[in-house]
Ligand binder design. Structure first.
Ligand SMILES: Cc1cc2nc3c(=O)[nH]c(=O)nc-3n(C[C@H](O)[C@H](O)[C@H](O)COP(=O)(O)O)c2cc1C
Length: 208
């Protein structure tokens, strides 16, 4: 599909059919998440992907009673990091060094910049990492649309309950977003044929 055509086609689907999406498409969506930009490239989030009906049922019952969960093919759960420390930066730098064949001077200067941010008391780490997680969600949503797969971004859930269900170490990470993937049920979704509600461009964009 053409880019704008697919963005007009997609919508936050409220009812899905339960049909499975192909593995290949799922992997493409996950790859889009991997390729999403993040501050310094630190990717301070992780994504759980599941099609386990028992787990999804529990997520529905304990954290997010939105019907689309029970009808999706796969559920993605985005977790943002609660803390970024020197060890995390060093892991990243290992990858950076091998991918870019970077020398010590480049590595040291990049490390310096990242540590300044990480140690800046005015920056709330969780808020910072959460912002970036939204971008990853955006990439997944867009990739799905390009593939003709429906996706519903979800932040209306009880994060604490979901963290408990997933037995997360809340000092390390917390759930912030979910995304259901699947196919729209055009008979049962009251939004399936609704036009988009968006501001006209001139109210959104200021051209200077
Ligand atoms: C961060 C975020 C959180 C959202 N949370 C929910 C949600 O919990 N449940 C839901 O049905 N839709 C949710 N939506 C979907 C929005 O309501 C929807 O994107 C918006 O109304 C625009 O409509 P459209 O995406 O269908 O074009 C969310 C969207 C975003 C981007």
């Amino acid at each position: 599909m053409h880019l704008i055509e697919s963005l007009n086609w997609r919508y936050a689907t409220k009812r899905m059919t339960g049909e499975k999406i192909p593995d290949k498409e799922l992997e493409t969506i996950l790859e889009a998440i991997r390729l999403a930009p993040s501050a310094y490239g630190l990717q301070p989030y992780r994504v759980i992907v599941t099609e386990n009906r028992k787990l999804i049922q529990q997520v529905f019952e304990r954290s997010c009673p939105q019907a689309v969960l029970l009808q999706c093919s796969h559920l993605l759960i985005f977790k943002a990091r609660k803390r970024l420390d020197e060890a995390y930066v060093e892991e990243f730098l290992k990858e950076f060094r091998s991918a870019r064949n970077a020398n010590n001077e480049q590595i040291n200067s990049y490390r310096e910049k990242m540590l300044q941010v990480i140690h800046n008391p005015e920056i709330n780490t969780f808020s910072w990492t959460t912002h970036q997680t939204y971008l990853a969600l955006g990439y997944a949503t867009f990739a799905a649309a390009q593939l003709g797969i429906d996706a519903t971004p979800i932040e209306g859930f009880n994060s604490e309950a979901l963290n408990r269900l997933l037995a997360l170490n809340e000092e390390e990470e917390e759930t912030v977003l979910m995304l259901t993937l699947g196919y729209r049920n055009t008979n049962e979704d009251r939004l399936a044929h609704q036009p988009k509600v968006r501001k006209p461009l001139h109210l959104l964009v200021e051209r200077l």
